[in-house]
Write a protein that binds this ligand. Structure first.
Ligand SMILES: CC(=O)N[C@H]1[C@@H](OP(=O)(O)OP(=O)(O)OC[C@H]2O[C@@H](n3ccc(=O)[nH]c3=O)[C@H](O)[C@@H]2O)O[C@H](CO)[C@@H](O)[C@@H]1O
Ligand SMILES: C=C(OP(=O)(O)O)C(=O)O
Length: 438
């Protein structure tokens, strides 16, 4: 039976949490291990669902994945890689978005790949057209199959001149993971340059890849015939760090986030300061806290890096319900990422969502039927309610709203939180949250 979290709100969260390797890097570095001729070691690995899913998929393909019982470090030995049974792969349909990144590495390793239908947060259509377009330009042949796609490259994978219509994180990673061992040179323009992508490039460079990141979102990759294993400590999860920072603001608390790194959070920290949140930075992490004063409303647009990351948006919107005045948030990365506001409205928040681009730059979703701008008026006292968590970040925002609310909330669907927040229940307990789970 699914767990129900009963939260008694109104307690400021205070204390320390640690964030480990980034959800948006670790599973991809695990996939990169398939490209090596020998074993890799990945450190700072969190216990989250996507790591479990990728571990299972790698094992199905003959990769030996061993976890150090003390440190949690993963060793990944791809030397016996093999074709997996389709029915076993099928069992992972809908689990995660990472399987699409197996395409290039599996074609290099065994000549073919079967990719199950993807999962991930339901925050828009999330098509994979860019992925398939770039793979075809490398020479891959893609066939739609029941429950997924089959992909192979009868004439091998060859470097290509590629351009993305939008700087997609996943499609950029697809190009990196495919081009490093493709024959010849690949030049990608319109690339995404998120910190997690830079860390994946660091992993690939350790393996022997030749990749240069040039100006104006151009990445150039010189294909090499062989790669070795890597030894890498994953960069910490900046999105989890930003979530705890918002939790401190929403609950009028004070949270030290060990592992939060200033350079990866620049845009977030600017916004946090504008809204009236305070932070102190040291070498190991960042302390985020509410000063006791009023929070200020603001106008915010999500964007690709180095802009304000879309995954920071939902928890911060909860903080904006506590700011004195009218805030505007224009979501420009996903067309449908405001569904979570329905529950906040039921809790007493004043939020209207609009189809227009309420930002400085019209985005891809304007003049279409997408509710992608939000107007938030505050401050409003939130009231506890029953909530069924819709997705990872929306779910976290519901949790912190419930933690700040008057009264009791009953929260279901909390399994989704495990996709991106390692041991969140014990972290909440350490921060003094008043809840129980049944
Ligand atoms: C596991 C992982 O790393 N997930 C992150 C990754 O998701 P993911 O890699 O899926 O996100 P993308 O950057 O690819 O998506 C950005 C936009 O491009 C569109 N698009 C993407 C691919 C494609 O083939 N066609 C297409 O139209 C998407 O629908 C979306 O509107 O980057 C997102 C944007 O920073 C983050 O929110 C996710 O947390
Ligand atoms: C959208 C997210 O993740 P995914 O791409 O894995 O669904 C997220 O981490 O907020």
């Amino acid at each position: 039976m699914a767990s129900v979290l009963t939260i008694r709100g109104g307690v400021p969260l205070r204390g320390k949490v640690s964030v480990r390797g980034a959800k948006n890097l670790v599973p991809k570095a695990m996939v990169a291990s398939l490209l090596g001729n020998d074993p890799s070691l990945l450190r700072n690995v969190p216990e989250i669902k996507d790591v479990e899913v990728v571990t299972s998929l790698l094992r199905l393909h003959g990769v030996e994945v061993t976890k150090d019982p003390v440190t949690g470090d993963l060793s990944l030995d791809p030397t016996k890689v093999k074709t997996a049974q389709m029915k076993d792969i099928d069992a992972h349909a809908g689990d995660s978005r990472i399987p699409i990144l197996f395409c290039g590495p599996l074609i290099h390793a065994i000549g073919e790949a079967f990719i199950p239908d993807l999962g991930g947060c339901k925050i828009g259509d999330r098509p994979i057209d860019y992925h398939l377009d770039v793979l075809r330009q490398f020479g891959a042949v893609v066939e739609k199959r029941e429950g997924g796609i089959s992909i192979s490259a009868p004439k091998g994978l060859k470097g290509a001149k590629l351009s993305l219509p939008y700087p997609s994180v996943g499609a950029t990673e697809q190009v990196l993971l495919t081009a490093t061992r493709a024959e010849g040179i690949t030049e990608l323009s319109g690339a995404a340059i998120e910190p997690e992508i830079m860390d994946l490039i660091a992993v690939l460079q350790k393996m022997g890849a030749i990749i240069s990141v040039q100006t104006d979102r151009v990445i150039r990759i010189e294909g090499v015939p062989h790669l070795s294993g890597f030894n890498h400590r994953a960069l910490p999860d900046r999105n989890e760090a930003a979530s705890w920072a918002s939790a401190a603001l929403v609950t009028q608390g004070d949270i030290y986030v060990e592992g939060a790194m200033q350079p990866d959070l620049t845009a977030f920290l600017n916004t946090y300061r504008r809204i009236g949140g305070a932070f102190d930075i040291d070498d190991e992490g960042i302390r985020f806290y509410h000063t006791g004063g009023k929070l200020s409303p603001l106008v915010l647009e999500t964007d690709v890096h180095p802009g304000f990351m879309t995954d920071w948006q939902q928890p911060l919107v909860v903080a904006l319900t506590q700011a004195a005045g009218v805030s505007i948030v224009h979501e420009t990365v996903y067309e449908n990422r405001f569904g979570f506001t329905q529950a906040l409205i039921r809790m007493g928040a004043s939020i209207q969502v609009h189809r227009e681009c309420l930002g400085s730059i019209p985005c891809r979703f304007g003049q279409r039927n997408f509710l992608h701008s939000a107007v938030i008026s505050g401050p409003t006292q939130l009231q506890g309610t029953d909530i069924d968590i819709p997705d990872l970040r929306g779910g976290f925002s519901h949790l912190i709203a419930a933690l700040a609310a008057n009264g009791t909330s009953r929260v279901t669907g909390i399994e989704l939180i495990n996709r991106g927040y390692e041991r969140f229940q014990s972290k909440l307990e350490n921060l003094g949250a008043d809840f129980d789970i049944a």
